[in-house]
Design a protein around this ligand. Sequence first.
Ligand SMILES: Nc1nc2c(ncn2[C@@H]2O[C@H](COP(=O)(O)OP(=O)(O)O)[C@@H](O)[C@H]2O)c(=O)[nH]1
Ligand SMILES: [Mg+2]
Length: 210
Amino acid sequence: MGLRTRGTLLMEYNWQFKTVLIGDGAVGKTSIRRNYMREGFQSTHIPTIGVDFAKKMVYFEGKIVRFVIWDLTGQHSFERVRGHYYSGCHSIVLVYSVTNRKSFDNVPKWLVEAYRHLRKLPPTAILANKIDLRQSTSDEDFVTTVEGLEFVDYFKRKLAVPIIFKETSALTGENIDETFTELIRMMMQHTEGFPQPTTQVESEKAEETE
Ligand SMILES: Nc1nc2c(ncn2[C@@H]2O[C@H](COP(=O)(O)OP(=O)(O)O)[C@@H](O)[C@H]2O)c(=O)[nH]1
Ligand SMILES: [Mg+2]
């Protein structure tokens, strides 16, 4: 599968997917990405457009997937980069925090924003993050599971978009891997029948070879 040259591994991959993280500030987007990317983590900062660009090779049902996650950094003018940010993405991860009701109320705004740029929404994961905090405190106005489910059901009925809803914690890792595994499955199904890039070779700092 791979060829080691001067400490790097040339890897062939069959599929390449781009996903974008969206949602209000401080809801845990970067933490979710970091948690998922803990293995084979590679992050490249593109300061000019304020985007962190993380990639990971994933072995999925016998295929090698090069999975790239785009994540806006703190100091950016999203206005300037939004077209570029959404361009060519195969899925969306929209995050809100259960501890921040405003971030939940803003979910429709983020969907409209994505829709405006993509015309047709790709597979989407809506994540209710920071559930560890809801579990440890009971007297706050935290967004409930039922509220999240009801919103996603409504959205599913309105638009024919493959969508999943998960409650996550970037702190404990709950449901993070599951989310991305399901997302990759949805992207594969969604793009079936479309021409795929021919197998390409990627230079990776990987330790394994077969
Ligand atoms: N308790 C808890 N804190 C979290 C979780 N996810 C993120 N945070 C914290 O929330 C803050 C904002 O997280 P960050 O990932 O930078 O949010 P972003 O602005 O959406 O990228 C940081 O202090 C994180 O440590 C979570 O699931 N649980
Ligand atoms: Mg961030």
